[in-house]
Design a protein around this ligand. Sequence first.
Ligand code: NAG
Ligand code: NAG
Ligand code: NAG
Ligand code: NAG
Ligand code: NAG
Ligand code: NAG
Ligand code: NAG
Ligand code: NAG
Length: 551
Amino acid sequence: MAAFLRILSIFSYCLLAACLRHLQTTQLGLDPPTTNRLNGESFQQDALVTFNGYQYAVFWEASERNASIRHVVVARRVVGGEFEKLVLGDYGQVEDDGHDVISLGISQTDGSLHLIFDQHDNDLRYRSSTLGVATSPTQTTWSADVLFTSSILNFLPGLSSIDKPTHFSNVTYPRFLDIPRQAQKLIPGIGAGGTPDLLLELRVGRSGLGDDWLYHYYPADKNTNQGGRWVEVGKYLLGVNNNPYINGLDFDLQGNLHTTWTYRDFINDTGKDVAVQAGPNGPENNHDLNYAYSSDGGYTWKNTWGQAVANVHAPTIPSTAEASSEVRRIGNLPPGTPIAPTSPGIVVFGIPKFGGILNQEAQTVDSAGRVHVLNRENGTGVEQWFHYWRTSSSDKFTSGYWIRTPLPLSVPGDPNNITGIVGVIGKRGKLINVSGSSTHKNTSASSERNSGQGSDHGDSGDTLLAILPSNAPSPNNLTTQSSALTILQSTSKGQFEDWAVAWSSAGGCGWEPLVDRYRILEGVLSLYLVNLDGSSDGQGRVVEVVDLQVA
Ligand SMILES: *[C@@H]1O[C@H](CO)[C@@H](O)[C@H](O)[C@H]1NC(C)=O
Ligand SMILES: *[C@@H]1O[C@H](CO)[C@@H](O)[C@H](O)[C@H]1NC(C)=O
Ligand SMILES: *[C@@H]1O[C@H](CO)[C@@H](O)[C@H](O)[C@H]1NC(C)=O
Ligand SMILES: *[C@@H]1O[C@H](CO)[C@@H](O)[C@H](O)[C@H]1NC(C)=O
Ligand SMILES: *[C@@H]1O[C@H](CO)[C@@H](O)[C@H](O)[C@H]1NC(C)=O
Ligand SMILES: *[C@@H]1O[C@H](CO)[C@@H](O)[C@H](O)[C@H]1NC(C)=O
Ligand SMILES: *[C@@H]1O[C@H](CO)[C@@H](O)[C@H](O)[C@H]1NC(C)=O
Ligand SMILES: *[C@@H]1O[C@H](CO)[C@@H](O)[C@H](O)[C@H]1NC(C)=O
């Protein structure tokens, strides 16, 4: 906490499109005394979720009795208030492994919380709360005994009978994402009834040898007494002697789901300890930036030219009239066809092995449907952050065209020179879009934006924020990492080339920053950060939430 209070916010930044102002720093808890970070990893989706006036956070905290054992903590607060915590003391986490984060998803319809945690190539660990927790928060007693009465499952409710080794073994990187209303409408009926409101993505396999799968959550229905249940969408990203690493998944305002990824090729590491360390299956084996989108919640996928590349429908899903095999066969793609490394047209930028592209950095989609990726490359002999973006698919002239630009090595006015030093495996950043209407004071100008279907010509504009943690050594102690943070911004009006400093701090971001992707819709950039707590031994760390007003 102390660290972020030392922030100097420089008010002249407020002349730019997005003006960030520090609102509040709140401590969530103590980060466990492990070598690897169990809280705040770039792929952790999500650690911080705002819904219905409350913000929810998840993190590991060491047991009071034995610091080698960690428990899942779920915290909530009225947005802007103080957190109240509940501890799931009946599960003890013991591996010192930075993959083993906690991911949180919330059903907007039935109000249940969904947790997956402690996953690194092991059996699924899933737990959900009672119903109504998030939809009736004032009537909820914030207690583990009341809310988390069900046990930890090694399968998803509704899918107890599908083959566990195929679906729920060797699981890593669970990611939840709200399915917005406009996307719910596009999802085909699969005979289950109702409409899904939460998406789950996860990897099955291991680094260099794995596939990514998708599931939908159908909320509980009081009228039919039907409980909440998960439905398998299917394996959508196939690894072939490699594994895909996604930068993220995002729905646009039309309901299309976009994803970008890199492949990591397999190096046989038999006999080496790979549980914690990356090598020899490290990021040097990553290659290419790939892209695909789905207009039906993940069942079918197209490449950047709109050509069908995958028909994920699991062949095992019971047929209904609506989902007949005819409907489910797409051209020459039978059900059960994932996106493969050889699928045509998925590579949007060819980046060689040893080319410096990292796995799981950042992605967002803006209000005009432009897909933005933050990653890094070393094609020029200098490892540098790159911004890759796809023009709006509704743009008449440059529909779905990809642009790739390095972030400038030096951004004027950045005291941290954050873009000057980028490591091959340095701390990863985040990207988030803020719509023109929330950043432009002239509301009559911003109302010209044609609600999401915007073209690149004449829209009042989106502002893209890049939240960049320092990859450099600390200026005061070269054996430690700097905890500096700079937030850069660029605008659609400036073709995203007008990078400028929106915020900077010499400290306060000790590890990889995470963003509340939902609270930004209310004009607040809420960051989940891990920092030294300033204790005398220099070892203690805290998990905190830092709120910045976007104006
Ligand atoms: C603390 O937990 C670890 C991991 O389970 C165990 O090895 C150790 O014996 C425990 N220590 C004590 C004092 O109980
Ligand atoms: C996946 O898990 C199963 C056990 O369920 C194990 O037999 C298998 O070796 C694992 N595969 C990989 C690639 O780790
Ligand atoms: C790796 O090599 C070992 C022998 O060196 C072999 O037994 C094993 O099957 C190989 N693993 C894979 C996944 O190819
Ligand atoms: C980038 O590539 C150059 C030339 O191959 C190499 O000398 C340099 O070490 C690389 N930078 C990083 C950060 O790996
Ligand atoms: C920032 O770093 C870059 C790359 O090392 C360097 O070219 C530039 O001069 C630096 N700028 C400042 C202000 O230190
Ligand atoms: C960012 O883009 C998404 C997708 O188009 C949209 O739902 C969201 O409203 C945008 N966020 C902001 C803050 O404009
Ligand atoms: C706001 O934008 C509109 C449309 O571009 C323009 O006509 C108007 O003069 C602007 N108002 C101010 C106060 O800048
Ligand atoms: C630099 O940091 C290291 C690691 O925390 C510590 O051991 C060392 O004492 C520090 N050096 C100085 C000069 O503060």
